[in-house]
Design a protein around this ligand. Structure first.
Ligand code: Z5A
Length: 213
């Protein structure tokens, strides 16, 4: 029987302005040059239906968005994304690189919105069962530095309009997650120059590739 070795599921997380988008292209290039077949995707989003949910979630609007509604929509989009794109690709042996995943729900809804980790964990169990990322690159940066970079970027979405205190809670939730599972996370100091961040990421990717290819 010709069985395919499943691919890896890699996620990239960070606070605002940490440089996820900037660094994702390096990650993809590095994996491609190692001959790995990859799918690059993001959350919320990743499939046409889930991208429609993303628009609903990020759009600035007058109506207050209920926090539970927001969290359920994150998981609704995720459920679609998992079944239509992520799981089939991994089963075909591809590596999936995802810009944010459930850790962002722990950080933004569980931490930032004060919903707590327990509720997020219950929905995670419902939607994902025991499916978790194999490796997570967490780009860490102080909220002040992140805000300075985001301001320089221009137009803000519904999340980026939150107060500093919200983002402090998001960052401390991420740090709690890292502490609770140090083997899954690779923490990258995103306050460094672009070149130094890339160097650290590159070393971590070399390690990951050599242990899995
Ligand atoms: N969200 C949620 O609440 N719950 C969930 O479950 C999920 C998501 C999945 C959309 O995500 C929003 O959804 C997000 C959380 C919420 N909230 N917000 N906002 P997103 O990932 O699409 O949005 P984002 O966080 O704004 O991601 P981003 O575009 O990847 O931004 P970034 O990490 O800030 O990266 P960047 O654009 O590459 O960098 C920002 C600027 O800094 C840019 O001008 C760079 O040139 C500069 N930069 C980057 N690195 C450096 C270094 N090292 N030095 C100097 N300048 C730098």
């Amino acid at each position: 029987m010709n069985s395919v070795k499943p691919g890896l599921f890699i996620t990239v997380e960070g606070v605002e302005g940490a440089g996820k988008s900037t660094q994702l292209s390096l990650i993809l290039k590095k994996l491609e040059s190692a001959g790995i077949e990859i799918i690059s995707t993001r959350e919320p989003g990743g499939t046409p239906f889930a991208e429609s949910v993303r628009e609903l979630l990020l759009e600035n609007r007058d109506e207050k968005v209920d926090q539970i509604t927001e969290m359920l929509l994150m998981f609704a989009a995720r459920s679609q994304h998992l079944s239509q794109l992520i799981k089939p690709a991994i089963a075909e042996g591809k590596w999936v690189v995802c810009d944010r995943f459930t850790d962002a729900t722990y950080a933004y809804q569980g931490g930032g919105r004060n919903l707590g980790f327990e509720l997020v964990s219950q929905l995670e169990q419902l939607v994902q069962g025991d499916f978790r990322p194999d490796k997570t690159f967490y780009l860490d940066l102080s909220v002040e530095q992140g805000m300075q970079r985001v301001v320089a970027r221009g137009e803000k979405d519904r999340f980026e309009r939150e107060e500093l205190d919200f983002f402090e809670k998001v960052r401390s939730a991420y740090l709690r997650l890292v502490e609770s599972n140090p083997t899954r996370y690779v923490v990258i100091d995103a306050s460094q120059s672009l070149e130094s961040v890339q160097k650290d990421l590159s070393l971590a990717l070399d390690k990951l590739i050599s242990s899995h290819v």
